[in-house]
Design a protein around this ligand. Structure first.
Ligand code: SAH
Length: 246
């Protein structure tokens, strides 16, 4: 029987608490009582937890024992801001797939009104990622950065990361080949390389953006001859990489 999983709002080494709407749901809808057992995510670790007490609209748990959890995949998605409904669908899907971080970026062809509204939308994106992480029983919630201009985004990413630009014009190197090459690198640490995937907006990359990424050491890779929508490209690229890492 899989215990329902909650992501704690606060915790220490022995206890964790839920507050806000999660606690209200647990108290009102699931009729929480001391002794009930759940999985609680606290500090990117998953615990078998038992309700210790309910005060007002907060539920406090004792953390009994750590539960084996599968960490997120070392994938960061640099996601150009595009139509919010489709972008939010992509955020939910790549969270399920196991992406660990999303950097929303304002591309040259990001529609102006979306670029202006992005900063006010990021809290909603974080809530979508949190709910998708909970639903897919992840032991962590993907980090979603505040939106950044593309110039800054192209410069993020540790220099030892493998940084791949999903380029709709690219015809020689496939994403899969680039990742297999990266994984074949004789690496000193046993760690998997962190992989950064950059996806353009509906209008695609401009020549200047492709030159910028190239100058910053990103490698252009293809997902095949067909032109995918941005959300399709984000989900497909994350899946291809996930399948090679797991
Ligand atoms: N409007 C553009 C396509 C943009 S698609 C055109 O018609 O050419 C949005 C983004 O998805 C692209 O910038 C790219 O990052 C990604 N993408 C779409 N199809 C791709 C492919 N076949 N290979 C690699 N990336 C792709």
């Amino acid at each position: 029987m899989t215990r329902r999983r909650w992501i704690a709002d606060s915790w220490d080494e022995a206890t964790a608490s839920l507050t806000g709407e999660q606690a209200t749901h647990l108290i009102r809808v699931l009729r929480a009582e001391a002794g009930m057992e759940f999985d609680v995510v606290a500090g990117s670790r998953v615990w078998h937890a038992v309700i210790a007490g309910i005060t007002g609209d907060a539920v406090r748990f004792n953390l009994v024992a750590e539960v084996k959890s599968d960490p997120a995949l070392p994938i960061t998605l640099l996601l150009s801001v595009f139509k919010f409904d489709r972008m939010e669908w992509a955020i939910e899907k790549v969270t399920e797939i196991g992406v660990e971080r999303i950097v929303p970026a304002i591309a040259r062809r990001t529609e102006k009104h979306l670029a202006q509204a992005a900063a006010n939308r990021v809290e909603r994106w974080r809530r979508i990622a949190r709910e998708a992480a909970q639903q897919s029983r992840r032991s962590d919630v993907p980090l979603i950065d505040d939106p950044v201009p593309m110039k800054a985004a192209a410069r993020t990413g540790a220099s030892d990361a493998t940084r791949l630009l999903l380029a709709e014009q690219e015809r020689t190197t496939t994403l899969r080949h680039a990742v297999e090459e990266s994984l074949a690198q004789p690496d000193l640490t046993a760690e998997l390389p962190s992989l950064w995937l950059a996806v353009g907006p509906e209008g695609g990359w401009t020549a200047e953006e492709e030159a910028l990424f190239d100058s910053e050491g990103w490698k252009a890779v293809s997902l095949g001859p067909r032109i995918l929508r941005a959300e399709t490209a984000a989900i497909t690229a994350s899946s291809v990489v996930a399948s090679l890492l797991e």
